[in-house]
Design a protein around this ligand. Structure first.
Ligand SMILES: *Cc1c(COP(=O)(O)O)cnc(C)c1O
Length: 394
């Protein structure tokens, strides 16, 4: 063999297994019974068919279908411009990097915020920023932890002035929904007016802002008006395969495009991704209206949109016991810890099976003499997000 043929032989690759069609059918079933997240939602054949019609340009040199999506998102959010991003994390981190110019500075947010907890310390790494992560003060009996940051929380904790010991707050980053809860818009407006009156910036991590619009009937533009920059996600609740969008002023997006390239996120033929996102906005957004179930155990964070947090300790049951029962079903359910996420591809049967397991376990524990303990004293901090990585996923 010539050396070229040898090299070609080494390089060639077929990723399709003999059983991939059946495997994917089984995977779709599993997705309908998985409560760990809505990131697992998958493109449908119809979405892919629409995507193949997209334009085929290189987006580093401005791609028409991608541009059309960005223009639509800019209009939808009421901003001058938008930029397609590979992920929500990239979108948030590039937004912070674009807002933050000359250290020292800090970012103020809720302690549960994705930016604070689940972006691998990105604010420190990419922007050299300190993070002031606050526990909201408005806790109550249902959610001891507090529901959302208030104007007072922000006033009490924003860092301003010229004390050289401190890193001044440059950006206040809010999240809506946060753990599936809806941030009251009047509080957001009050915070925004205060923050802007001091010349600071407002960023919205709106990965699941779609749910707020669906649930409250408020326009996306109205929800975005108090913010200088907004990140929206297509690949979670809406079921597109890849992508988020960052929106802001023309000058902000121009700079963010530069940082996106610098961070390695300048992508080429993104038309198919933009088209999948557009399909998701058109056909999957209306599916978000689907009803949500409440569960007869302690609800640590009420279901306002697609997420509910619960604590089965109140019925004497552990998350592992529930997960074990779930994986023993003829058609297993895949569960994380305290967080249940319902998505557009969740089956009703899966919800009913989950509730049956809880009822059954509660019954067994009661029969074995379990007595419900008194509730924790109010004001006690309780971290409601018990993360449990399911055994079936890597
Ligand atoms: C998932 C998520 C992100 C990050 O999105 P990725 O695409 O997973 O990087 C950011 N913010 C919130 C609120 C999220 O839920």
């Amino acid at each position: 063999m010539s050396s070229f043929a040898t090299v070609a032989e080494q390089i060639k690759c077929d990723i399709l297994s003999k059983t991939h069609v059946e495997d994917n059918a089984a995977k779709r079933k599993e997705i309908a019974r998985t409560f760990i997240s809505d990131t697992i939602t998958v493109p449908t054949k119809e979405m892919y068919e629409y995507a193949t019609l997209s334009t085929i340009g290189d987006d580093v040199y401005f791609e028409p279908s991608t541009n059309a999506l960005e223009t639509h998102i800019a209009k939808l959010t009421g901003k001058e411009a938008a930029l397609f991003m590979p992920s929500g994390t990239a979108s948030n981190q590039i937004a912070l990097r674009t807002h933050l110019m000359q250290p020292p500075y800090s970012v103020l947010c809720d302690h549960r915020a994705h930016i604070n907890k689940y972006e691998a310390g990105g604010a420190a790494f990419h922007s050299g920023a300190a993070v002031s992560a606050l526990i909201p003060s408005n806790g109550n009996k249902i959610a001891i932890i507090g529901h959302h940051l208030t104007l007072n929380d922000v006033k009490q904790n924003i860092i301003m002035g010229t004390d050289t010991h401190l890193a001044p707050t440059e950006v206040v980053a809010l999240e809506n929904t946060l753990n599936g809860t809806i941030f009251p818009q009047d509080e957001i407006i009050a915070i925004s007016d205060f923050v802007h009156s001091h010349g600071k910036k407002m960023h919205l991590d709106g990965a699941r802002l779609w749910h707020v619009a669906a649930e409250t009937g408020t326009s996306v533009k109205e929800l975005c008006d108090p913010f200088d920059s907004i990140s929206l996600c297509f690949s979670k609740g809406l079921g597109a395969p890849v992508g988020s969008c960052l929106a802001g002023s023309a000058a902000f997006i121009k700079k963010a495009r530069w940082f996106r390239k610098l961070f390695g996120g300048g992508m080429r033929q993104t038309g198919i991704l933009a088209a999948s996102a557009a399909y998701a906005l058109t056909y999957n957004f209306p599916l978000l209206e689907a009803g949500l179930e409440e569960i007869g155990v302690e609800i640590t964070s009420k279901a306002e949109t697609c997420m509910v947090f619960y604590d089965p300790a109140s019925i004497g049951v552990t998350f592992d016991e529930i997960a074990d029962r779930a994986s023993d079903l003829p058609e297993p359910l895949i569960l994380g810890g305290s967080r249940l996420v319902i998505h557009i591809q969740t089956s009703e049967g899966a919800v009913n099976d989950f509730l049956s397991i809880i009822r059954q376990l509660a019954e067994e524990k009661r029969a074995a003499g379990f007595v419900k303990p008194p509730p924790a004293a109010n004001g006690v901090y309780k971290d409601i997000y018990v993360r449990r990585i399911p055994k079936t996923t890597a």
